[in-house]
Design a protein around this ligand. Structure first.
Ligand code: IVH
Length: 675
């Protein structure tokens, strides 16, 4: 037996190394050596072994990148070496002045520099202890940042452990987390399909994703990391001669380094690099807002030192904001899933930083008023952070006499229902609900989206046709679709129509959480939908719930509760739900298990930790059961743990539980509690 487990241990070690190597090849080098399916196979094999032998799970296992419970708040981390910022240069003269200061400071004529892209993302510091990734933090104020370790672990280009035999006892790696342009565009498409807010640019998307308290959400957002330096280190063979060698050393540890980094000599080479990168900017896979020049010799860096919070040996040469002058031709109004009306500027086409711009976001009516924008005005448009353009300002001095003042419509442009503005809201809303075709389209796209009912093959264009032809009015109508109705539409072949019908059929068997999320109740995202399903256990209980009752659920406040109550008070919504059930949409309910009905004796909000192997159920099953009673399952023990469940062959968690005096239950004890 022992020999067997030793063998499995070795196999697990090899599997992990192989998976991390493939992650490195795929995410850092962009050069995978095996097909995705092979990779998935390795990953599933590791998952299976870890499920069978939970005592073999380690914090740096690739399976641990995902699947940890959400946090309540981020804690703070003090940086061992402060994270500084860079001085800026905006033109040639400022770069010349920088190079002059450097040459004078070193008493030399010409200096060797490393030139790098200036990533437009978020600075982070990654701390490795004995080769294992332990904590990762944001820059914060430079001295203290937020602990975002769990979110950073979901980024596959960040090594969980350093691929060397004798890792340094301490190594802090500094770099930037960003979202590649392609991943950003795909994310916004998904947001649009879900009727959720699009991100203005990759930087905002990366920031929003890193700031999630639930790492499961971060894991769905593909983020990337590039290293550009080190912080504190101990017992690490860090090159002591040049910055370029430090970068090379980091590359041997499998940290991604931008391909565009170079070593150059003298002022002219800096300016040439700036020109070359400016020309490539739109083709680069990531957004940048300039380039960075750093003195290459570490000895020279030390000699030059710092002024206040920035090094004298480095500077950022920033690109000018990408702006252009054009004319505001009109302002259209778009209707979102929840009926929010958003004004969109239609512009006379203009090239901004190499891209033709015809639309710009205007956010809301207040902004139009604040900027005193009139239709026909000459305006300045900016492509901030590379993507959705925005109107910066109006050139009032160029205003023609015949401009028109924009007014939000009093009736919805899509359905003519009344438009209202709630007293404390910036947005105007259409009151047409699901009778409004624009809202209906968005609601249906949300209903079928992957994390909701997951119906593949129903894109924008098809939904447009189905709604415009009056074939689909509510999500329930999807389940009444037949082949005849579909093949009469434009651009849909028999085969894809059949595939779609199959996908619709398959979606009937779903989960309560998915179904609640799919309904598109305002303020009820995926996480809230899961909580509602777990705590209430049945849809009817949700439909009948009043606001105070709902607010007993952790994280549900008066606003969310109110949205839920209002949704079910709408007779039409209840009818659609009835039709969906009649069409065969179903899920498993935990009838009679509402944890809120006997709140006093319940497990709501309690935290469990599992260790060892259970005999009557898998760890996943135990987790599901515990969560269905409103408790949480955590991967690690702290003072806040309420129960530790110990199966056969427990790990060190058992000892820790005893030392912290946390109640320990065996499997029988757990079953009793779950009764
Ligand atoms: S070096 C001591 N290199 O710019 C200097 N920073 O203004 C440490 N940044 O907070 C920073 N690309 O977020 C460095 N290649 C690069 C960079 C870079 C982007 C950001 C970083 C930092 C800010 C400094």
């Amino acid at each position: 037996m022992n020999e067997n487990i030793e063998k499995i241990k070795l196999h697990v070690r090899d599997l992990r190394a192989a998976i991390e190597l493939h992650n490195y090849r795929y995410y850092a080098l962009d050069n995978p050596s095996i097909p995705d399916a092979e990779y998935d196979k390795l990953f599933r094999e590791l998952q299976q072994i870890e499920q069978d032998y939970p005592q073999l799970i380690t914090a740096d296992s690739p399976t641990q990148r995902i699947g940890v419970p959400p946090l309540k708040a981020f804690s703070h981390v003090t940086h061992r070496v402060p994270m500084l910022s860079l001085g800026n240069a905006f033109d040639k003269a400022e770069v010349e002045a920088f190079d002059r200061r450097v040459c004078e400071g070193l008493s030399v004529d010409r200096v060797e520099y490393v030139v790098e892209p200036k990533f437009d993302g978020l600075a982070v510091s990654l701390c490795y202890e004995n080769g294992v990734f332990i904590t990762g933090a944001t820059r914060g104020d430079g001295n203290t940042g937020e602990d975002i370790t769990l979110n950073l672990k979901t980024i596959k280009s960040i090594p969980l452990s350093l691929p060397v035999k004798n890792p340094p006892s301490l190594l802090e790696v500094r770099g930037e987390v960003l979202m590649l342009k392609a991943d950003f565009l795909a994310l916004n498409q998904r947001q649009l399909a879900k009727g959720e807010k699009e991100f203005a640019n990759p930087r905002n998307a990366a920031a929003g994703s890193l700031r999630q308290l639930d790492p499961a959400i971060t894991a769905t957002r593909r983020l990337t990391f590039f290293a550009y330096g080190v912080g504190r280190y101990e017992d690490a063979p860090i090159p002591q001669d040049t910055h370029n060698n430090v970068l090379k050393y980091l590359a041997t540890l499998h940290f991604p380094i931008a391909k565009e980094c170079q070593v150059v000599k003298g002022l002219q080479a800096l300016l040439n690099y700036y020109q070359a990168i400016s020309a490539q900017r739109d083709q680069l896979p990531y957004a940048i807002d300039g380039v960075v020049y750093k003195v290459n010799s570490l000895l020279q860096q030390k000699k030059l030192g710092f002024v206040s919070r920035a090094p004298r040996y480095a500077i950022a040469h920033k690109f000018p904001a990408q702006e252009a002058v054009t004319q505001l031709l009109d302002i259209d109004v778009q209707v979102g899933r929840t009926g929010a009306l958003t004004p969109v500027a239609r512009l006379k086409p203009v090239i901004v930083g190499g891209v033709t711009v015809t639309n710009a976001t205007l956010h809301n009516a207040d902004e139009i008023e604040r900027k005193d924008m009139r239709i026909g005005d000459t305006i300045i448009v900016r492509r901030a952070g590379d993507v959705i353009p925005e109107v910066v300002s109006v050139m009032v001095e160029k205003r023609p006499v015949d401009t028109r003042i924009f007014a939000m419509p009093t009736h919805c442009p899509a359905c003519s229902a009344k438009v209202v503005r709630l007293p404390d809201e910036a947005v105007f809303r259409c009151t047409g609900g699901l009778f409004c075709p624009a809202q209906r389209k968005r609601a249906i796209l949300h209903f079928v989206s992957r994390r909701a009912m997951n119906i593949d093959g129903l894109g924008d264009k098809l939904v447009d046709q189905l709604v415009n032809h009056g074939i689909v009015r509510t999500p329930a109508d999807l389940y009444k679709l037949g082949l005849a109705a579909l093949v009469n539409l434009e651009r849909i072949a028999n085969k894809s129509a059949n595939n779609l019908l199959q996908a619709i059929e398959k979606s009937k068997q779903t989960t309560l959480a998915r179904f609640i999320y799919a309904l598109g109740i305002r303020n009820v995202g995926e996480a809230t939908a899961k909580d509602l399903a777990n705590y209430l256990g049945s849809l009817d209980r949700l439909i009948e719930a009043h606001s105070e009752y709902l607010q007993q659920i952790p994280d549900i406040g008066p606003v969310v509760a109110q949205s839920i109550v209002e949704f079910f008070a709408e007779k039409h919504n209840c009818e659609v739900i009835e039709q969906l059930r009649a069409c065969g949409v179903r899920w498993n309910e935990h009838e009679g298990k509402s944890v809120l009905t006997n709140a006093s004796a319940s497990l709501i909000g309690k935290t469990f930790v599992l260790t060892g192997t259970l005999s009557t159920m898998s760890r996943e099953e135990a987790k599901e059961k515990i969560e269905s009673l409103g408790a949480k399952v955590s991967g690690s023990i702290s003072k806040k743990t309420d129960y530790v469940i110990v199966g056969a062959g427990p790990g060190s968690k058992y000892d820790k539980a005893l030392s912290l005096g946390i109640p320990v239950l065996d499997e029988a004890g757990l079953l009793e509690l779950l009764q």
